[in-house]
Design a protein around this ligand. Structure first.
Ligand SMILES: NC(=O)c1ccc[n+]([C@@H]2O[C@H](COP(=O)([O-])OP(=O)(O)OC[C@H]3O[C@@H](n4cnc5c(N)ncnc54)[C@H](OP(=O)(O)O)[C@@H]3O)[C@@H](O)[C@H]2O)c1
Length: 358
């Protein structure tokens, strides 16, 4: 390993629970290569890391949720997922050259050692057929794809022939674009996407099979929802929360379903998760018998294996497209995250990830 150099991204400062994060919150520096391996460990070279909104809460002193801890100042950032290559192994179950995937706690560092039985970073080997495409492993066959599939399947109550209208917010993002496509595959009659730019809207309708899309930044969302969902809304994949989601819920039908996936509009605010909703929203939800239960993909781990098989089948048969935006170089990881979490205008469609090896 002498010819390699190592580098990492660490938490330099906290933005404060009520503020947008900034690039200054992240540091990027060279660091020592990992030490010699002990038995039961592997050395991994990180190939790609995933950029996820859920990491925002780890920048605070307290995350406010029980399944992930706050990052400590100076600590190497641990993201939600990564794909890497085993370059040395002292575990007979892993060989040099194996590609591995980890969900939860993948460190933003080029080279690291890990115990193969570490419960904080469980490793799975990447299927040989997918080795040449680690990006799709990180997006479709990682937390993102499983969230989209299991969220729609478990909470959407979609079925063919029911003439249902399905609305997705954050629709050009990683989970949102897949949720819309999966909604169609699971029977939604009409799929409407909401996102933040005209070019994203166009991508959804021309490339991904959404029936229509609206730009919440420039259009009158309540009016456009009325026009595009003339028979009301039967299921809503909610990635954003806030006032936009209130406008969607106001137009939901009796007995309809909210898939409460995420609330990115309030991640830079000091509120609990899920954030409280207004009395008016509570009344609508209860009067119309709308289901709106928090969805957390980690609660469905027993379905991950079957979920991945179905996603693979759709992908291989060309039924699912998997857009991605790749940021080049570990040094850009903090910037990629900050841009995702702030009002910076972005034209990035699909899963955002960093090619660490570039
Ligand atoms: N429940 C679970 O188990 C689970 C698992 C994974 C992810 N999630 C959640 O799913 C959601 C989407 O995550 P992702 O990884 O797919 O991210 P993503 O959608 O790829 O990226 C976030 C996008 O959200 C939009 N956005 C940012 N601030 C916004 C605001 N204030 N209001 C409306 N839209 C805003 C931006 O797109 P625009 O240009 O459209 O504004 C941005 O590109 C997040 O809320 C995340 O926490 C939940």
């Amino acid at each position: 390993m002498e010819s390699f150099s190592n580098s990492r991204v660490y938490l330099k400062s906290r933005p404060g629970a009520d503020h947008e994060p900034s690039m200054e919150n992240f540091g990027h520096e060279t660091c020592p290569l990992p030490p010699a391996l002990s038995s039961g460990e592997v050395t991994i070279k990180t190939l790609y890391i995933s950029i996820d909104p859920a990491m925002r809460c780890r920048m605070n002193d307290e995350t406010g949720v029980d399944y992930i801890n706050a990052w400590q100042l100076g600590e190497t950032i641990q993201g939600l997922g990564g794909v890497g290559e085993v370059i040395e192994s002292k575990d007979t179950a892993f060989s040099k050259g194996d590609q591995v995937q980890g969900v939860m706690n993948w460190p933003w560092i080029k080279f690291f050692n890990t115990k193969t039985d570490d419960k904080l970073l469980p490793l799975t080997k990447v299927d040989a057929a997918l080795k040449s495409n680690p990006q799709v492993v990180l997006s479709l066959f990682g937390v993102t794809g499983l969230t989209s599939y299991l969220g729609v399947k478990e909470r959407g109550n979609l079925s063919p022939g029911k003439n249902q209208t399905f609305v997705v917010s954050g629709a050009a993002g990683a989970c949102g674009n897949l949720a819309g496509q999966i909604g169609k595959l699971l029977g939604a009659h009409r799929v409407v996407g909401i996102c933040g730019s005209d070019s994203k809207c166009s991508f959804l309708t021309t490339q991904l099979g959404f029936d229509t899309a609206l730009n919440y930044k420039t259009e009158n969302s309540p009016q456009r929802l009325k026009e595009t969902c003339p028979e009301g809304i039967d299921a809503y994949f909610d990635n954003v929360g806030g006032t936009l989601s209130e406008e969607v819920i106001k137009q939901m039908n009796e007995g309809s379903h909210v898939i409460l996936c995420g609330q990115i509009a309030v991640y830079n605010k000091d509120v609990p998760y899920p954030p409280p909703i207004s009395q008016q929203m509570q009344d609508i939800i209860s009067d119309r018998n709308i289901t709106r239960e928090r969805f957390l993909v980690l609660h469905f781990q027993d379905q991950f294996g079957d979920g991945i098989k179905i996603l693979q089948e759709w992908y291989i048969n060309g039924k699912l497209k998997v857009p991605e935006y790749i940021h080049e170089g570990l040094g850009h990881a903090g910037e990629a995250f900050v841009n995702m979490m702030t009002s910076v205008k972005q034209e990035k469609v699909g899963k955002q990830m960093v090619n660490v090896d570039s």
